[in-house]
Design a protein around this ligand. Structure first.
Ligand code: 1HE
Length: 263
């Protein structure tokens, strides 16, 4: 039996899922996608936040090019592969649980598509991004035209794909492919420890607020303004009247809550 693609463990309310195919730079084959789908379909109810990390020097080298080469898939076969990626990555983005990706080294092709499905991306300073599909004679199929293009703009994605260039972490940070850079002179903590500290903080939010944040904002941005405002109002009406609200607002009214200040 082959080694599982994912290793998982829990730290209190945080689920940690680690890509575990270091010898192939965590390239994604069909069974890897099936495992990702399975994991994000069956998150236990006590888990509030997920940290998605990867073993080795590289987060993910994208589509398993050897599997694709060896299988000589037809167009219909590959359409099915794409749909399986879309299903699995949709569960990451729209599953209602915040997912923090912890990046290092190559985040390329399908690896960038996977990272783009996460809600927060914490990057080691070694991280770099690329969409080398054009140079390999293929095309993105794991959601980049929707998710990655939304982050960096479609125009930038076209340029990255035509040139196949490698984008360094500083540019990735400016464009939103990473939200935080770690293991750097300014932020010497490891990306994994930083991601865990963010996860602990986010786990302290009201679960319904987290659900609304991760499941409605991206969807509303695909709607017309009229539909979006209506959906926002509905979402807020549910969240603002949820179980946690009175006790949290009570803390504020009685001056027990934290204040929003810098530092
Ligand atoms: C792989 C893959 C892979 C590595 N599929 N086996 N993705 C790419 O075009 C990226 C291809 N990979 C690389 O450019 C490099 O491997 C890395 C820069 C990521 C890492 O380099 P390095 O020197 O650390 O490792 P390596 O020696 O190149 O690779 C180690 C092993 O991993 C080696 O196998 P081995 O049996 O010879 O040990 C590699 O063949 C294997 N490996 N990457 C299969 N991707 C839904 S459509 C999405 C479309 C895409 O994702 S296109 C992007 C494809």
């Amino acid at each position: 039996m082959s080694t599982p693609y994912l290793k998982t463990h829990e730290i209190d309310q945080i689920g940690v899922v680690t890509l575990n195919r270091e010898s192939k730079r965590n390239a994604l084959d069909e069974s890897a996608i099936a495992e990702i789908d399975q994991y994000f379909s069956t998150i236990p109810s006590h888990i509030r936040v997920i940290v998605m990390a990867a073993k080795g020097d590289h987060f993910c080298a994208g589509l398993d090019l050897k599997e694709h080469h060896d299988q000589e898939r037809s167009a219909v076969d590959f359409m099915r592969v794409c749909q399986s990626w879309h299903r699995a990555f949709d569960k990451i983005q729209h599953g209602g649980i915040p997912v923090i990706a912890c990046l290092q080294g190559a985040v390329v092709g399908g690896g960038l598509e996977l990272a783009s499905a996460a809600h927060i991306r914490v990057a080691d300073i070694s991280t770099y991004f690329s969409l080398p599909e054009g140079t390999r004679g293929i095309f993105t199929g794991g959601g980049a035209t929707v998710r990655t293009a939304k982050i960096i703009t479609p125009n930038r994605m076209v340029e990255m794909m035509l040139t196949g260039r490698v984008m360094d972490i500083q540019e990735g940070l400016r464009l939103g492919l990473a939200h935080y850079v770690c293991n750097s002179p300014e932020n010497p903590v490891s990306a994994y420890d930083f991601a865990l500290s963010l996860a602990e903080k986010i786990a302290g939010n009201a679960p319904l607020s987290n659900y609304a944040i991760v499941s409605s904002i991206n969807k509303i941005s695909d709607m017309s303004a009229t539909d979006g405002l209506f959906a926002e109002g509905l979402m807020a009406a549910v969240v603002q009247t949820g179980n946690d609200v009175q006790s949290r607002l009570n803390d504020f009214v009685n001056k027990r809550a934290h204040k929003v200040k810098p530092g």
